[in-house]
Design a protein around this ligand. Structure first.
Ligand SMILES: [Zn+2]
Length: 268
C-alpha cells in the first residue's frame, strides 16, 4: 500500500514537473513571438521560411541571391520599380509588416497583460517580483504610445528590407548549406548568437554612460514596474540603434536564411 502511494506520489510530481516545463516552454515561445512583433522581423522570417519551403526544397541556390544584381544593367525596370531601388510593391510589404507587427505585439502582449495584470492583479505576490508596484495610468498610456511609435519604426524598416530582398536586392543571405559547407554553417550559428548577445549587452552598457543615460536611456527605465509592453517603450533613437544592430549582419556576413531566422528570435 505504502509502496503504491509512493509510486503515485512520484508520478504526481513527475506530471507537475512536465506541466511546469510545458508552461515554461509556451511562455518562452510567446515571448519570442512578442519580440517578432516588436521589431517587425516576423515578416523577414515569414518570407525566408516561404522561400526555403517553396523554392529550395532540394537545397539549390536561388540565383538572384548569389549573382551580383547590378542595378545599372537592369533593363526590366518594372521588376525593380521606384527608379531601380528594388522597391516594387513596397506599399504592400510595409502594410503587411505594420499589420502583423501590431497584431502580434498587442495581441500576445495584450493577452499576457490581461492574464496577469488585470485578472491576477489581486494575487500579484504569486507571480510578480514587485507585487506592490504597478504603473500609474499615465505611464501605462505613455508606454503604449511610445511603444507604438517604435513598433511603427521597426515594421517600416523590416517592410523596406523585405521589399528589397524580394525584388532581388543583394544581401549575404544564402539558401543552400552547400554554398559555404556544413562547418561554416554550424559555426555561424553560435557565431551569430554571440554577436547578438554581445552587441545587445555592450550597447546596453554604453546606454548607461551618464550622458547617454540622461538623454535617452532614462526614458526606458522610467517604467519601474514593467509590463510586457515595456519591451517596446524606449527612446526612438535607442530603438533605431538596436534595430540597426539586428539588421546589419545580413549585409556583412554570409548567413544561411535558416540560421538568421532562428537566431533573430533567440536574442531578446
Ligand atoms: Zn538599462
Amino acid at each position: 500500500m505504502m509502496a503504491k502511494q509512493g509510486r503515485i506520489g512520484k508520478l504526481g510530481s513527475l506530471l507537475t514537473r512536465i506541466r511546469r516545463a510545458i508552461l515554461a516552454g509556451l511562455g518562452t515561445l510567446l515571448t519570442a513571438l512578442l519580440a517578432t512583433g516588436l521589431r517587425g522581423d516576423w515578416l523577414l522570417m515569414y518570407v525566408q521560411i516561404k522561400r526555403l519551403w517553396q523554392e529550395d526544397t532540394t537545397w539549390r541556390t536561388i540565383p538572384s541571391q548569389h549573382t551580383s544584381f547590378d542595378i545599372d544593367n537592369v533593363t526590366n525596370h518594372e521588376f525593380v520599380g521606384f527608379g531601380g531601388y528594388y522597391m516594387k510593391d513596397v506599399g504592400f510589404y510595409v502594410l503587411q509588416s505594420f499589420t502583423g507587427a501590431f497584431l502580434i505585439f498587442y495581441g500576445v502582449g495584450g493577452y499576457l497583460k490581461w492574464y496577469y495584470y488585470i485578472q491576477r492583479r489581486e494575487r500579484a505576490a504569486d507571480w510578480k517580483c514587485q507585487p506592490d508596484r504597478f504603473l500609474q495610468p499615465e505611464d501605462d498610456r505613455l508606454e503604449f504610445w511610445l511603444g507604438s511609435l517604435n513598433i511603427a519604426i521597426g515594421s517600416l524598416s523590416f517592410g523596406i528590407l523585405v521589399t528589397y530582398i524580394m525584388n532581388g536586392g543583394e544581401t549575404k543571405l544564402y539558401y543552400s548549406i552547400k554554398d559555404y559547407g556544413w562547418v561554416y554553417f554550424l559555426l555561424s550559428i553560435p557565431g551569430l548568437y554571440v554577436y547578438n548577445e554581445a552587441s545587445s549587452y555592450y550597447t546596453h552598457r554604453l546606454m548607461h554612460h551618464p550622458i547617454l543615460y540622461r538623454r535617452y536611456h532614462k526614458l526606458h527605465h522610467h517604467f519601474k514596474a514593467p509590463t510586457p509592453w515595456t519591451a517596446a517603450a524606449s527612446h526612438p533613437y535607442e530603438f533605431i540603434i538596436f534595430q540597426f544592430l539586428l539588421e546589419i549582419p545580413i549585409f556583412l556576413v554570409p548567413l544561411h536564411a535558416g540560421t538568421s531566422i532562428v537566431i533573430l528570435e533567440s536574442i531578446r
